[in-house]
Ligand binder design. Structure first.
Ligand code: GAL
Length: 740
């Protein structure tokens, strides 16, 4: 763990207090609340304050992959403290719980609060931020990160591993100076109604009830929403950098497959010319599951080391499913018994991984049986459930950590242990999966997945995850038609992890005859885009820019185009005549300059795309498609390819042709495409693709620039802008001017 580093850093942090009046939010008469006055500057644009008694609390930032990247934070633009003096206030109640109140303006929109699958906008919502499976609204989800950003250009992080209940602009204090005026809903016949009667009069603040005696509040500023998110990610230690192979194609085989069945499936990938980088083994690889033994089931995998080597020799990695709950049949059971919590999950022990002894027991076994033979990573399942699935709130753990805090942070704790004690220790990168995370997680190369399966929700997850330092895969498992399969495979190929999870369906990429070629084509396109995508992750790692991003982080995008449905009074179904707002969360940015607008559900073959201001071009043809307008695209018009649009001046490095394993991208010649009319450049990141040597500055940024854009004179130039590393990708074999 990096507690020590973090505490050192905390001691060193400069104690400066910023109270710059940027916007005057009318505060309530604070009543019994006390202003938070002790704000400490962490770096440019980041302030933290401690509230109440923190001695028994866990901060998510204590579990982060790395300490805050102070230098990178200070390189971002100047941004003043976003609140007026004394505007943020708190109360420690009689029940010792902390309440925090943060003012909001009337026209302010709030976004975020973690990997929410029901929408990005969280204004006027009450949310319970507990780790859970996904829920339809209400806040409970796989990564209920207590961090929001505001349309006014700042962010707030409740840095505490506690249950939180948040009232976003909901509730009206009697002493507020900004309550809406009362309106008579039933005026007498001779009077006109003074204005719209509001079923839920908007509140003037965010009020958060923390189920703990103390907490830390962290505030981030920025010149843009993107910069606010960058600051949150940099505060959390920067973004994760996967190994290059992690960005290739993943296929999880049926849970009961044996070594020969995996071999046969891989042979079919080769014969059908489908890329594959990682095979995921589901629970059947173990002697028992669930609860788990973490030991190889020799009836299915008689020679795990030989098998792993055989695959690796072909450039294919193995990823192992596990949940953390330990079976009586495991060699670890007896030693882990005293180091585990009071309750069982799936009848297995729940180890207390805040204890070094417990970590050592597990990681020694994993080193020997898995990593030592070349296993590349894990899929950590079942760390997200709630009351029925995990331990109760009142469960106890030997370290003294409450059942609640353990539940909020277990997914993070698993990532912390595996990343630090297994992979970093060996100087080998991993790309892995986990089903729960929480605050300050951006540095972990773990991708969240879900048992949910709505394509629309999966698209929303791509956007919401980008606002809170989380990686998310809208994995494909099965489909009811060729078209649905194609649409899902296209979406997942433009996400953080291109994964088919056939643990139960047994599907293969070619299972839907009518779309096999189109599916192969999109996987190959992903492979060709590896240099572009890998650089996007490097920007995440170094500058905190999410590689795949919600449109609200994009310059020139209007977030005000939701569909508003007026409410109609109906005493049985809508007694308060409440309207509805339908958000558009079905398009997003992939890397620096590609806008992705997948076909899905009712938009299976035709859909609208809202282009931000500026000129945009079709990825495939280079043709101009619009500027700040909404266009309609069809699958027929695109030859069944996923709708992709590129910004003016974009330079996009691709492999000159597809490869079937990411390893083969190393040294592979490039095709560099240039779109639109404006000059532009792309900084291509290069390192060894697999170790942590980049932390010792062994990497380089190779600039591909199109400087002169005069007709006949367009030239691509190359230079090394920084770093000392070696080349990773090959020379530019083709320069394509896409827009004539
Ligand atoms: C589920 C998980 C699935 C699959 C399955 C295996 O909990 O979400 O992806 O791994 O377990 O039993």
């Amino acid at each position: 763990m990096n507690h020590n580093q973090l505490f050192d850093w905390r001691r060193r942090s400069i104690l400066a207090v910023f109270f710059v009046l940027v916007r005057c939010v009318s505060a309530a008469d604070l009543g019994d609340l006390t202003p938070v006055s002790d704000w400490n500057a962490v770096a440019k644009g980041v302030w933290r304050a401690e509230i109440g008694n923190l001695s028994h609390e866990i901060r998510y930032s204590d579990l982060a992959a790395a300490p805050p990247k102070i230098e990178a934070l200070n390189e971002l633009s100047d941004a003043a403290f976003p609140f007026s003096k004394d505007a943020v206030s708190y109360l420690v109640g009689r029940d010792h719980k902390v309440l925090v109140r943060i003012p909001t303006a009337e026209d302010e929109t709030l976004y975020g609060f973690g990997l929410q699958l029901d929408g990005i906008k969280k204004s006027r919502k009450v949310m319970t931020l507990n780790v859970d499976h996904w829920s339809k609204g209400g806040g409970r989800t796989h990564a209920p990160v207590p961090f929001y950003i505001s349309s006014k250009g700042y962010g707030v992080f409740f840095n505490t591993a506690r249950f939180l209940k948040i009232y976003n602009q909901v509730g009206n204090r009697k002493d507020s100076l900004r309550n809406p005026a009362e309106v008579d809903r039933n005026p007498p016949p001779d009077e006109k109604q003074a204005g719209p009667w509001l079923a839920q009069p908007p509140g003037d603040s965010v009020e958060a009830q923390v189920n703990g005696e103390g907490m830390e509040l962290v505030v981030f500023s920025g010149q843009s929403l993107l910069e606010v998110v960058q600051r949150y990610n940099l505060f959390s230690g920067g973004g994760a950098l996967p190994p290059l192979w992690g960005l290739g194609f993943w296929h999880r085989v049926h849970a009961k497959f044996n070594a020969d069945q995996v071999r046969e499936e891989l042979a079919e990938f080769e014969q059908r010319d489908f890329p594959i980088d990682v095979v995921g083994l589901e629970p059947g690889w173990m002697t028992k599951s669930y609860p788990c033994t973490f030991e190889w089931q020799k009836k299915r995998f008689p020679d795990p080391a030989g098998f792993a080597k055989e695959l690796l020799d072909d450039g294919v990695r193995l990823n192992l499913w596990e949940n953390p709950f330990i079976s009586k049949h495991s060699r670890l059971y007896e030693s882990m018994y005293p180091l585990s919590g009071s309750h069982l999950v799936w009848l297995g022990l729940v180890p207390d991984y805040t204890m070094p002894e417990a970590r050592k027991l597990l990681t020694d076994q994993h080193h020997k049986d898995h990593i030592g033979i070349g296993i590349s990573g894990y899929k950590i399942d079942e760390v997200d459930g709630y009351d029925f699935w995990l331990w109760p709130d009142h469960a106890t753990f030997p370290s003294g950590i409450s059942g609640e805090a353990m539940r909020q942070s277990y997914g993070l704790l698993m990532q912390n242990m595996l990343y630090t004690d297994l992979f970093k220790q060996r100087n080998v990168r991993t790309y892995s999966l986990v089903r729960a995370a929480n605050g300050a997680a951006s540095g972990y190369p773990f991708v969240i997945y879900s048992d949910a399966y709505s394509h629309k929700e999966y698209l929303t997850g791509i956007s919401t995850s980008s606002l809170c330092g989380i990686l998310w895969t809208p994995e494909a498992r099965s489909a009811r038609s060729d078209r649905e399969w194609l649409n899902r495979m296209q979406t997942v190929c433009f996400s953080a992890m291109a994964q088919l999870n056939a643990w139960s369906s047994g599907k293969k990429p070619w299972s839907y005859d009518g779309v096999t070629d189109a599916v192969r084509e999109v996987i190959q396109l992903r492979m060709r885009l590896l240099p572009y995508l890998y650089s996007a992750f490097a920007e995440y790692q170094q500058q905190g820019v999410p590689p795949i991003r919600a449109m609200i982080l994009e310059d020139g995008f209007s977030a005000e185009q939701d569909e508003i449905i007026e409410g109609t009074l109906d005493s049985e179904t809508n007694p308060y005549a409440m309207g509805k707002r339908i958000e558009k969360t079905d398009q997003y940015m992939f890397g620096r300059s590609i806008l992705v607008a997948p076909f899905y559900e009712a938009q299976a073959i035709e859909r609208e795309v809202q282009l931000p201001a500026g000129n945009w071009y079709d990825f495939y043809t280079g043709q101009w498609v619009g500027n700040g307008e909404t266009i309609t695209v069809t699958a027929a018009g695109l030859g069944d390819r996923i709708p992709l649009f590129v910004k003016d001046g974009a330079v996009i490095p691709m492999l000159s042709r597809s490869v079937n394993q990411a390893d083969k991208a190393i040294g592979h010649p490039l095709e560099v495409r240039w779109y639109g009319k404006r000059a532009g450049f792309f900084d291509l990141y290069e390192d060894d693709g697999q170790s942590f040597d980049y932390e010792r500055q062994v990497f380089r940024w190779r600039r591909l620039s199109v400087e002169s854009v005069k007709a006949q004179a367009v030239r691509l130039e190359e230079s090394i802008v920084s770093g000392t590393g070696q080349a990773m990708f090959g020379p530019v074999g083709r320069f394509s001017v896409m827009t004539e």
